[in-house]
Design a binder for this molecule. Sequence first.
Ligand code: NDP
Length: 457
Amino acid sequence: MVSEPEFQQAYYEIVSSVKDSTLFEKFPQYEKVLPVVSVPERIIQFRVTWENDKGEQEVAQGYRVQFNSAKGPYKGGLRFHPSVNLSILKFLGFEQIFKNALTGLDMGGGKGGLCVDLKGKSDNEIRRICYAFMRELSKHIGKDTDVPAGDIGVGGREIGYLFGAYRSYKNSWEGVLTGKGLNWGGSLIRPEATGYGLVYYTQAMIDYATNGKESFEGKRVTISGSGNVAQYAALKVIELGGVVVSLSDSQGCIVSETGITLEQINDIAAAKIHFKSLKEIVGEYATFGENKVKYIAGARPWTHVSDVDIALPCATQNEVSGDEAKSLVASGVKFVAEGANMGSTPEAISVFETARSTAATAGDAVWFGPPKAANLGGVAVSGLEMAQNSQKVTWTSERVDQELKKIMINCFNDCIQAAQEYATEKNTKILPSLVKGANIASFVMVADAMLDQGDVF
Ligand code: NDP
């Protein structure tokens, strides 16, 4: 019986990459790391209870999975969503260990959250929930121990309340959360970082595959989600001359053949803070009157777009099925990079990877950028926020953006190098598997730290 399906899916992905390579043959000591790294160092589960606006008590389950600290303090987001459970947080925490290693910064891996639906809750309720959550979490985190950030349902507003709660419970102003407000310890470019970084990583893929001959200019890009990651990915795509043909939310998707505009994305960003659905936004905002988009209820965009070059899943896990992946390939997609964690199902990844490894030329291939590499921009800038906090300085947005670009490109090169060194399949020299490259490169970094420190013997 599969009791933790999401975690087992994430674990299996790493295991199959490293086992299906020459890594253990060349360095047998790494095999001993697998069973140890798959068990979290610590899991904290706790009751969170607050008073709602009607004066009634509400209760929910809170979690923090402190998965691995060999490479630095536990680091990873907090998700507030009704789907939160231990399997999902273990999958996200496990993925985070390897993603954080690929940033090249000193960060371990963790993830946490609360099983709650914030939709329809007032600002006051959200503040009380954040304070109640932090009442317990504050006992287990600290700037050198565990530094959470946001994730689904936890944006700037929630980070503000969580930070205020930590400060008041601990009587300490410290860089214990990232994604903070700009005038109280936050880093410039942190809100943009995951979406921007995703586009920089995809740009590195395009450069490599086309020998620097092509860019985002004129490319048609299908994006899912309409939250933080999707919004900034879409804005960067538009800035680089691409056409954003879709966005989505949990209720449906919007498709525009001529391209969703910057103004429309800004309206979506403003409305999403108030939990409006795309359906409501399209009906209510003037910008959608001028440049009409098609709203499709209950659908993801993948089968409703045509002539696309690039797909960026940016909503949630398992949101591209095998059939949807086939439909994207049939529509002409050449590059897929995941803003969402585990956005594609294993069947979808297999469709993309097959379309790469069996292609006759790089021009015919479909190339897949896995989330632990493609979406690490957010946690990378969180790492830069921690560095700025400890030095008590604020870098300019240009400097942070430059560092972010550098980190994304270094990560891309690490993925390529590891795949070329250890992957064995056909086409490794033309377009290496970035899934294998990311998994092997990051596994080696984490394994070395664990072996050096005696976590594995
Ligand atoms: P947000 O909460 O800002 O946005 C999430 C988006 O996904 C919303 O459009 C939401 O729709 C949609 N969504 C949520 N659940 C579902 C579902 N079950 N089916 C379809 N759509 C859904 O989150 P983020 O943008 O921050 O995160 C998006 C993804 O990116 C997640 O996988 C997250 O783990 C990953 N990520 C985020 C990082 C960050 O820095 N924020 C860093 C790295 C990865 P609705 O508006 O209707 O709720």
